[in-house]
Design a protein around this ligand. Structure first.
Ligand code: NAD
Length: 349
């Protein structure tokens, strides 16, 4: 067999022996898995669907309404959801055939995770897929605020043709980020990606996290880059010594940044919150903006979503986005690919 394949390979263009061997193995596994059906109820990127189908699964993209799932989900071996479909105890009990639940994205609030795992069902999510996108949005807010783009973009359409020179003067005192200190509060997946962005811009990085003591951040292109070791410091050091502060903690039941923390910050600090709205005390933030303690703030998340307070939205020193941190094509593709590869691994066990 090996000899004949080697002979053929010299005469016609076929994959090498290892590839052929792999193909045999893959098609064997594919036959085992063709009986397995996955319901994709809230959509998946084409790459995720392709990976699941190539692995031999039957993928059904036809949404089943929540009320109908209890009668129909047991026909499937796995379900993929985002946030819309709820997988509660009652539904899990009605589906003894279910082997895996995949959630595209981070939060698992719509799934009774503990109960599903107790029943031997694998529960999968994709927490790291959007980290780069969130960090880049935070960096976009920092860059925007450092050059008053949030104001310039409001003023130029209205007055740019009549007051060009006045606007030029008004927005003249911008700042470079290079050489400044970026303080990162919450040094998990997104916080570390933020550090990579900041180091790449030539900034110093100070990070704080009660559970992470150190992390190695790889910067630069693969093969040409360098690793930078960052040892975390107490929160107070970050507050006192940073020119820019980026928030990347989960909700912890009370604001991580409030009146007391603002007092410790440098005058004219620039702050960005792309984590969760309740991480920041918005009353204290408005006071800090009014007093000039905070020169500008970038907000992707708000206390009262989807109806954030107007005084914050209208403030000239606020750069705004409507909770779009993870909303890039790249993040969505990474979510689809990560979800598919984790589901394949779980179902092949
Ligand atoms: N804007 C968006 O669209 C968007 C998208 C994805 C995630 N998020 C949010 O970003 C935040 C971070 O996500 P992640 O994936 O990096 O999470 P992660 O769990 O990887 O990291 C969070 C880190 O915060 C640390 N932490 C907890 N309490 C802290 C405190 N009081 N002070 C300092 N650090 C603290 C934790 O130890 C952890 O290391 C979460 O709130 C998440 O919901 C927002």
């Amino acid at each position: 067999m090996y000899i004949s394949l080697m002979f053929l390979k010299t005469h016609i263009n076929i994959p090498d022996f290892n590839d052929v061997h792999y193909t045999f193995a893959a098609s064997f596994k594919k036959n085992i898995l063709t009986d397995m059906k996955i319901l994709v109820n809230d959509g998946i990127e084409p790459i995720g669907r392709e990976m699941l189908e190539n692995a031999g699964f039957t993928v059904d993209l036809n949404k089943i309404e929540q009320a109908e799932l209890i009668h129909k989900l047991n026909d499937y071996d796995a379900i993929c959801v985002r946030s819309a479909t709820k997988i509660r105890k009652e539904l899990i009990d009605a589906c003894p055939n279910l082997k895996a639940i995949g959630r595209g994205g981070v939060g698992l609030d719509n799934i009774d995770v503990e109960y599903a795992r107790l029943k031997g069902i694998a529960v999968i999510n994709t927490p790291g897929a959007s980290s780069r996108s969130v960090a880049e949005l935070a960096m976009a807010h920092f860059l925007s605020l450092s050059r008053f783009l949030q104001q310039s973009n409001r003023e130029m359409p209205v007055n740019g043709d009549s007051q060009f020179n006045q606007l030029k003067k008004a927005f003249a005192a911008g700042s470079e980020l290079e050489g400044k200190t970026m303080g990162i509060i919450g040094f998990g997946r997104i916080g570390q990606e933020m550090a990579r962005c900041a180091l790449g811009m030539g900034m110093n990085v100070l990070a704080t996290d009660p559970y992470i003591q150190r992390a190695t951040i790889a910067i630069g292109p693969e093969g040409l880059g360098i690793d930078v070791e960052i040892i975390t410091v107490p929160l107070e050091d970050v507050l006192v010594d940073s020119d820019y502060i980026s928030l990347h903690t989960p909700s912890v039941g009370k604001p991580v940044i409030g009146k007391e923390e603002f007092t410790q910050m440098q005058d004219g600090v620039i702050l960005v919150n792309c984590s969760r709205g309740d991480v920041l005390d918005e009353d204290a933030l408005l006071n800090a903006l009014e007093s000039g303690k905070v020169a500008g703030v970038g907000l992707d998340v708000f206390n009262n979503e989807p109806a954030p307070r107007k005084d914050l939205l209208m403030h000239p020193n606020v750069s705004l986005s409507p909770h779009i941190g993870a909303a890039t094509n790249e993040a969505q593709n990474k979510i689809g690919a990560e979800l598919a590869s984790k589901l394949i691994a779980a179902l092949k066990k």
